[in-house]
Design a protein around this ligand. Structure first.
Ligand SMILES: Nc1ncnc2c1ncn2[C@@H]1O[C@H](COP(=O)(O)OP(=O)(O)OP(=O)(O)O)[C@@H](O)[C@H]1O
Ligand SMILES: [Mg+2]
Length: 264
């Protein structure tokens, strides 16, 4: 059985005066433990897709199943990490994690949950931040806390929307390695939205390309894991895949500006 199964998903945003179809007839199956990267031009519906899987938006038609059961709203099986605002500013790092654990009905006293929160903070390299508030941490450190939070709360599915989009290159590389390692170790199923083709190839078992409200390509990344940026340099499969994905983006740009052919 697939971990996530999406069948005929259409999402139409409606208000009193207008409506807009953001996703049209999406079919997607994701296996347990699979790391699926989602790319596509701005406005193509990547965040919308995650929001429906999260259960915040209801499909206009179609169904979403997790472990074979249809979802009807948000659930403790799914944890989200966004580019910003994944933490409550008025709680410490430990406080944020304990809050998420309580929400997910993790068992234990307050002290025990705080001890587990500290273990997960150590796991993401943040031993020294137990009593710090998000505003006292760098963006990269805040994203580490957000990752520790979804891990500690025992979410089986991670929904990550450009989580490293605002992080400097050095910290970004460290975070990429960290999420790749933790997802494998803890057998998480990950849907990871990114604008960065290199990041998608580095992390993904599969890459989904969305455009024009639909999945236009679903590509398996046939490169052994673990991968590092250095190991991808000069790798033929990487170069070919990078060109294919760039081609998809350029085709979209050509269509938008009315061109017929683009030479890369
Ligand atoms: N609440 C909403 N009401 C109406 N339209 C919306 C709403 N949220 C998103 N949209 C529209 O749906 C389309 C898809 O938006 P979405 O945020 O999913 O795109 P995206 O692929 O995540 O873009 P980006 O890469 O810029 O984050 C856009 O045209 C957007 O304007
Ligand atoms: Mg988005």
């Amino acid at each position: 059985m697939d971990k996530i199964e999406i069948k005929g998903l259409t999402l139409e945003y409606r208000d009193a005066n207008s409506s807009y179809v953001a996703l049209e007839n999406i079919d997607l199956s994701v296996k347990e433990g699979e790391f699926v990267c989602i790319i596509g031009p701005s406005g193509c519906g990547k965040s919308s897709l995650l929001s429906v899987i999260e259960g915040l938006n209801k499909p206009s038609s179609g169904k979403i199943y997790i472990d074979g059961s249809e979802i009807s709203g948000p659930g403790t099986d799914r944890g989200v990490v966004f580019q910003h605002y994944s933490l409550f500013p008025w709680l410490t790092t430990v406080g944020n994690i304990v809050f998420a654990m309580k929400q997910n009905k993790c068992k234990g006293s307050g002290k025990e949950l705080a001890a587990t929160a500290r273990e997960y903070l150590a796991k993401v390299g943040l031993e020294d931040t137990f009593d710090k508030y998000p505003a006292q941490l760098s963006g990269g450190m805040q994203q580490r806390v957000a990752i520790a939070k979804v891990l500690a709360a025992n979410a089986q599915i991670f929904l990550m929307d450009e989580p490293f989009g605002a992080i400097d290159p050095k910290n970004r590389q460290e975070l990429q390695e960290l999420i790749g390692l933790l997802a494998r170790e803890e057998k998480k199923t990950v849907l990871f939205v990114t604008h960065d083709i290199e990041e998608a190839i580095l992390l993904g078992d599969r890459i989904i390309y969305i455009d024009d409200k639909k999945i236009q390509a679903d590509i398996t990344v046939d490169i052994e894991k673990p991968r590092t940026k250095a190991s991808l340099v000069g790798n033929n499969t990487y170069t070919k895949l990078h060109n294919t994905l760039m081609g998809l983006f350029y085709k979209m740009v050509a269509t938008q500006i009315g061109g017929e052919e683009v030479v890369i």
